[in-house]
Design a protein around this ligand. Structure first.
Ligand SMILES: [Zn+2]
Ligand SMILES: [Zn+2]
Length: 187
């Protein structure tokens, strides 16, 4: 079973193989929130200013159309890469600068079309909470869910590193470099 992924206007489409997903997490950091605001489309933030992502190996994500719309920004020359669909500014996923770190935080905004399959595959939102100190409203702490999510991510990354996994739709297979030079945006 795969979970379909698409931008809100439908030009970018793809799918996720959910078996290897690390964890579903909500991030309340200022950078993620500023990114959602920079994208400028509604419905990306929860009521405490958090964004919902599925942390997973990028090798389990595949784009099937609209690759030419896939764009990348970053808040600095050393910041993480934030990928989005340029057509309708739907966030797609965030990846680390270091291609050896086999991670993508897929935005659930591009999984809206999958409906209940998202919760079935990745669990409910707001179980693993990151950077709650910068939330814009009080959030109920989830120490167990958070710890479990962090462990799952760490174990997943270690496993991927041991197996030497690098394949990613965001990296050029030949050069290992990002498929787009990230646009550095100053704020
Ligand atoms: Zn679109
Ligand atoms: Zn964040």
């Amino acid at each position: 079973m795969t979970v379909p992924l698409q931008c809100r206007c439908g030009q970018v489409k793809g799918e996720i193989e959910p078996s290897g997903a690390y964890a579903r997490a909500t991030c309340y950091c200022n950078d993620c929130r500023a990114y959602a605001q920079w994208l400028g489309v509604p419905g990306l933030l929860d009521d405490a200013g958090g964004v919902d992502v599925v942390a997973m190996p990028p090798s389990h994500l595949r784009f099937t159309r609209g690759m030419e719309q896939v764009a990348c920004m970053s808040w600095s020359e050393r910041g993480i890469h934030r990928w989005y669909a340029a057509c309708c500014r739907t966030p797609l996923g965030n990846t680390p600068r270091n291609p050896k770190v086999h991670y993508v935080g897929v935005s659930t905004a591009c999984l809206e079309g999958a409906g209940a399959a998202v919760e079935q595959a990745f669990g409910p939102p707001r179980r693993c909470l990151v950077a709650t100190a910068s939330a814009t409203a009080p959030v109920r702490k989830r120490p167990l869910g958070t710890a479990w999510g962090v462990v799952r991510v760490v174990v997943g990354l270690m496993g991927a590193r041991l197996r030497g996994r690098r394949e990613s739709p965001f990296l050029d297979a030949a050069t290992g470099k990002p498929i787009r030079a990230p646009q550095v945006v100053r704020r």
